[in-house]
Design a protein around this ligand. Structure first.
Ligand SMILES: Cc1cc2nc3c(=O)[nH]c(=O)nc-3n(C[C@H](O)[C@H](O)[C@H](O)COP(=O)(O)O)c2cc1C
Length: 220
């Protein structure tokens, strides 16, 4: 598969088929992704994949916590304040996505269910979790996690699979560590849900937009 094709084919998938992902495919994805660049080749990523019963248990626990209305207690700070241009794009994404999947602006229950679906990984049968050692400098190590995470998303396309980075997957790291048997010294950075994209659900077909090159690039 051409790199350009994988880049353009990848999109965040928000509706998956329930079928399990072959573990060989998951291993091949990690085999490719580990060639991502990292600072000083430190390769700070520690990867734990939850599939099968473990993914189901995690879903149950995270949805339960979400239903209680628990506030996220992430290991990595999630930004709450954005510059206006970013906020505008964030709002536009939310509006376009909810319109696409048929949730009206005033449909409170529909919106709540959508958020709970995130804790259920949108039905994905597997989640690839990335941890780093607690003593690492977080912002810098997160560059490396972004590097391998996105490479993994392209490797998934090559395997005929879909992915989505999910902030929701790292809202409650204590639960994730407990279910996946990960020690306290490891910080949870992010989880990427993986599975077979639903062939015709709007949440699986939705496409986000991008700024044109001339808006984001200038030569000095
Ligand atoms: C770090 C990170 C966290 C994300 N968390 C969520 C999430 O919790 N829920 C969600 O629906 N999408 C999440 N996304 C997906 C973004 O919304 C998506 O990447 C963006 O809208 C661009 O769309 P695309 O991935 O389809 O190209 C996340 C993406 C990143 C990089």
């Amino acid at each position: 598969m051409e790199l350009n094709d994988a880049v353009h084919e990848r999109r965040s998938i928000r509706a998956f088929l329930p079928e399990q992902v072959d573990r060989d495919k998951l291993v091949r994805m990690v085999e490719v992704a580990r060639w991502a660049p990292s600072w000083g080749n430190t390769q700070p990523w520690e990867i734990v994949i939850a599939d099968g019963e473990k993914a189901a248990e995690l879903t149950r626990r995270l949805v339960e916590e979400g239903k209680k209305g628990a506030f996220p207690r992430t290991d990595i700070e999630i930004p709450l304040v954005f510059p206006d241009t970013h906020k505008k794009r964030y709002m536009e994404l939310g509006r376009d996505l909810l319109t696409c999947i048929g949730i009206a602006r005033d449909d409170k229950d529909g919106r709540l269910q959508h958020y709970l679906n995130m804790y259920g990984f949108f039905g994905a049968p597997a989640v690839v979790y990335f941890f780093i050692d607690r003593e690492l400098s977080v912002p810098y190590a997160c560059l490396d996690i972004g590097s391998i995470g996105t490479t993994l998303c392209y490797a998934a396309v090559q395997e005929g699979l879909g992915t989505i980075y999910l902030a929701a997957s790292m809202h409650f790291p204590d639960i994730v560590r407990e279910v996946l048997d990960v020690p306290e010294e490891k910080k949870l950075v992010i989880g990427i849900a993986v599975g077979v994209p639903h062939p015709d659900e709007p949440a699986s077909l939705f496409r986000s937009t991008r700024e044109p090159v001339e808006r984001i690039l200038r030569f000095a």
